[in-house]
Design a protein around this ligand. Structure first.
Ligand code: URA
Length: 275
């Protein structure tokens, strides 16, 4: 890559890292290795097509069939995302609701063409009743802004479960399964052009895959399930909380965001001008 060609992508990369809070010594160290936006390397290694995945049956823990049926019925009755939000609020089949302060269903624009699903609410989310408003949410917002996505205008954000697990422990399979009918219905109602799954719980549950997030990220994938009218374009990203713990992995996150940007352009999804 010659120096002139490198400049726009280098500027964008440094802006992304600055937004993500990376110290610039590290940015300098890996700057030379970053392919330009739209370069052959970017297209070739990041934007490769993956076959549609045949989902495996989800491992369902022993759970009251009536709880899952109640979730399915409530979810199916909802004809809009607003009705689905109200249905989740009414649902008492997930024990986490007893210890949580608030139901955390979604934030952003219901009609957005991009839907992002994370894992579970943390302390701040539980207090405010909105997903991704704590430290990892602020990092997520800064990274999304780099590709013209903003929860006030063009993205809808939700989670795999809607109540905070005590002490921020990982959600159990039972909790995930209880909330799944609502998450599936959300995808069906939102009909996103791109579904972004961040973190293990969302990626493994919705894609029915047991691979590590690091193996699923950076690829064009597809979400489907019985009864869904058409498969949905999907991609997996490293979770922002993981990036806060492992800042050196932000270079992979940058590659994922470039893939998302390229894919959104191909799909004709309008975005805000990037600063
Ligand atoms: N992490 C998540 O996965 N979701 C949130 O809402 C907050 C942190």
């Amino acid at each position: 890559m010659d120096a002139d060609a490198a400049q726009p992508s280098a500027r964008a990369l440094l802006a992304f890292w600055r937004a993500a809070g990376v110290d610039m010594d590290e940015a300098e160290a890996v700057y030379a290795a970053a392919p330009a936006r739209g370069s052959a390397a970017a297209q070739g290694s990041w934007a490769r097509e993956e076959p549609i995945i045949a989902p495996r049956p989800l491992q369902r823990p022993k759970q009251e069939a009536s709880t899952i049926d109640a979730a399915r019925t409530l979810a199916a009755e909802a004809q809009t995302i607003a009705e689905l939000r109200a249905a989740v609020d009414k649902f008492d089949g997930c024990a986490l609701k007893k210890t949580a302060r608030n139901t955390v269903f979604s934030d952003g624009v219901d009609a957005a063409q991009v839907l992002l699903i994370g894992e579970a609410p943390g302390r701040e989310e539980d207090e405010r009743g909105k997903p991704f408003v704590g430290r990892s949410g602020q990092l997520l917002d800064r990274m999304l802004a780099q590709i013209g996505l903003d929860r006030r205008s063009n993205i809808l954000i939700s989670n795999t479960i809607f109540w905070r697990p005590p002490g921020n422990r990982d959600p159990t399979q039972g909790e995930i399964v209880a909330c799944l009918p609502f998450v599936e219905r959300l995808i069906e109602l939102a009909q996103p052009k791109l579904l972004i799954l961040t973190g293990k719980a969302a990626a493994q549950t919705l894609l029915r895959r047991e691979e590590a997030v690091t193996r699923m990220r950076g690829r064009k994938l597809s979400y489907t399930r019985d009864g869904l009218a058409a498969p949905v374009n999907a991609m997996v990203m490293l979770h922002p909380a993981y990036l806060l713990r492992q800042p050196q992995q932000k270079r992979l996150a940058w590659a994922d965001f470039l893939l998302a940007e390229t894919w959104l352009s191909e799909l004709g999804v309008g975005r805000a001008r990037q600063s």
